[in-house]
Design a protein around this ligand. Sequence first.
Ligand code: COA
Ligand code: UVW
Length: 329
Amino acid sequence: MSILEQLKQKAKADKKRILLPEATDLRVIQAASMAIKEDIAQVILIGSRDEILKNAGSIDLSGATIIDPRTSEKRQHYSEAFYELRKSKGMTPEKAAALMEDPVYFGMMMVKENDADGLVSGAIHSTADTLRPALQIVKTAPGSKLVSTFFIMSIPDCEYGDNGTLLFADCALNESPNAEQLSEIAIATATSMKQMLGITPSVAMLSYSTMGSAHSEHTEKVVQATALAKQKAPDILIDGEMQLDAALVQRVASLKAPQSKVAGAANVLIFPDLNAGNIGYKLVERLAKGEAYGPVTQGLARPINDLSRGCKAEDIVAVVAITAVQAQV
Ligand SMILES: CC(C)(COP(=O)(O)OP(=O)(O)OC[C@H]1O[C@@H](n2cnc3c(N)ncnc32)[C@H](O)[C@@H]1OP(=O)(O)O)[C@@H](O)C(=O)NCCC(=O)NCCS
Ligand SMILES: CC(=O)OP(=O)(O)O
């Protein structure tokens, strides 16, 4: 069974209430219909009922709940709760009331108030416009300092990773993580690999240098992050700094990093910054025809997940399943 099929089966076993706030977009409407048909979530669409149904045309949305923020009886309550939450950051009652007309902000408050279990957005909104309200409203999980994101990459006919399945991080949120933050991203992604996919993580801290073959402030950051991650999580297999070929290809690993248990067998790739991570996942998605599910967030108090604006309806369904599985924890 494919990784995606496994996640869908898990989602089905305990169905969660998942919000789709970009409900007028045709891909989101198609995804909602598919998710309902596959029975992986209770789908809640946020937006104008008339507009959603007009855009849906003949697509069956009969199993979805539709909530219009402008007419919702919860609007006043959410608006007041949002104002309370953000007043120390300059929020005013007027601005809070206006933002509650925005389906993404309204949806975040639904999740915050436990009126839904998770939210998926980003088919229309940029990552910043999806994740900023999540960070402001839902906030970090207890014990988590840093929210970060990963992609589940599923690459056809691929001998690397776990039969072509790898996690890539951070490809969407943290622009220029320092060594401490990079170590947190590595540990969180390894934990996600184990918890969500049941695969033992083998984490490569990527660089343009392998085990000291080059030196600069950029490589030193990765060296330091690797040492910190090993110190904080001695039970997780983490190594670096290493180049991508050393991380994946056994023949190259035996030349460049013969002592490393991770080199040649990595299934979690930690990129040194967002330029590398975002370009890296899109290269694999487009040139190797890999499926890229995400960006999936880790470290938030409740599951809020993003999409790429280039996503297809099937990608949205996959992220709905992932969000539902996260909501089960
Ligand atoms: C998401 C993003 C907008 C957040 O930026 P920001 O400038 O920190 O935003 P804000 O200052 O409004 O932060 C909002 C809150 O989230 C917190 N926060 C921001 N990033 C965080 C992180 N990674 N982990 C935990 N908390 C975080 C801030 O401390 C702040 O908290 P507070 O307002 O309650 O005190 C920014 O990180 C970003 O643009 N990232 C790149 C997104 C992108 O373009 N990706 C490429 C395509 S996928
Ligand atoms: C994750 C990502 O790159 O999102 P977008 O393509 O929407 O910028």
